[in-house]
Ligand binder design. Sequence first.
Ligand SMILES: [Zn+2]
Length: 136
Amino acid sequence: MIRLDDLKAKTHQNLRSEGGEEIAIMLDSDAKVKAAIQGLIKYFGEDEDRKAVRLIVKGEESGWLTRSHIYDFVTFSAKGIGGGDDASIPGEYHYHIMHLYCPVEGCMEGFGVMIFDEDNPPKCPVHRDVSMVIKQ
Ligand SMILES: [Zn+2]
């Protein structure tokens, strides 16, 4: 089983998404990691220009996960290391991206999140005590 710490260990600092929309993935437990990887494989697979996503763990910035990092996990799983649980990564996983914005007037911060815990929304990178809200 791939754990949250395994994902965190793969992140890069000081990376940008190099244009396009900035997407974050939020995780707070090991239980969602497999679904997250499935979603990311689909996300990266749909557009060659998608290079990286931000990983937010328990509300804290962890860094950037790149396309090749995610594909590493698939290769890892295919070898059956750690049991057969993760061996199949079906292509039918459907992810949803929600768009968040900072509610402070004049603030331009906003990004999409792939898996979003509504009980624990991320804070605005500028206004550190303000929670981001979902754009309707
Ligand atoms: Zn803000």
